[in-house]
Design a binder for this molecule. Sequence first.
Ligand SMILES: CC(C)(COP(=O)(O)OP(=O)(O)OC[C@H]1O[C@@H](n2cnc3c(N)ncnc32)[C@H](O)[C@@H]1OP(=O)(O)O)[C@@H](O)C(=O)NCCC(=O)NCCS
Length: 191
Amino acid sequence: MFSGKHVRLRRLEETDAGTIFSHWNNYELRQYLPSPLPSSSEDLAELVRAKNRLFRERSEFFFGIEECSRGKELIGIINLESISWMSRHAFIGSFCIFEPSLRGKGYGKDAMLTLLDFAFNVIDLHVVALLVESNNRPAIGLYEECCFVNRGSMRELVYRNGKRCDVTVMDVLKKEFIERYGILPKGDDAF
Ligand SMILES: CC(C)(COP(=O)(O)OP(=O)(O)OC[C@H]1O[C@@H](n2cnc3c(N)ncnc32)[C@H](O)[C@@H]1OP(=O)(O)O)[C@@H](O)C(=O)NCCC(=O)NCCS
């Protein structure tokens, strides 16, 4: 488990499936995640099992985000996927703070900095990249705060709410992250 200033990143537990399910079928949230299709509670239980299997295989690192002062209840998720151990790169795949009322309080940025510290200073990746819809200003603002740089866009790649959206490619190199943030302090708990 890795702690930032306000949040901890931890492995998913089977009991998290219910928490994720209670937020998951909200279109406001799902429209920004890889698939907007509704899920059943069994889908979510299988998702937790699958993400934990991939974590053990070191092919994806899917973390739950919990707020340090609120105990074990998840407030969001964040992951590193499409990992290349040869090229030492990975992509951010899913990232959200579930409740709109908990957004804008710094939890997302803290979670992303904690994940990037894990990516660069724990597992020694060289570059982390992501794709984000070009009109998602809150997310792009956060990524810029975390040293991601806009590397260009792909036109009309995503279809959402009856419209086609451009998608922006962003990346950050290990040296760029370390230049700004150094090596962040880790939580006391063992991983
Ligand atoms: C994107 C998301 C994870 C950000 O998490 P958050 O906890 O709300 O973000 P933070 O409060 O940590 O904000 C950090 C920085 O992001 C930027 N930011 C946040 N909200 C913003 C907004 N509405 N407009 C512009 N920039 C914004 C700011 O730079 C902010 O730094 P500041 O507070 O020092 O100004 C959250 O909004 C979310 O879950 N959105 C829905 C799902 C989603 O869009 N996921 C990303 C898919 S690529």
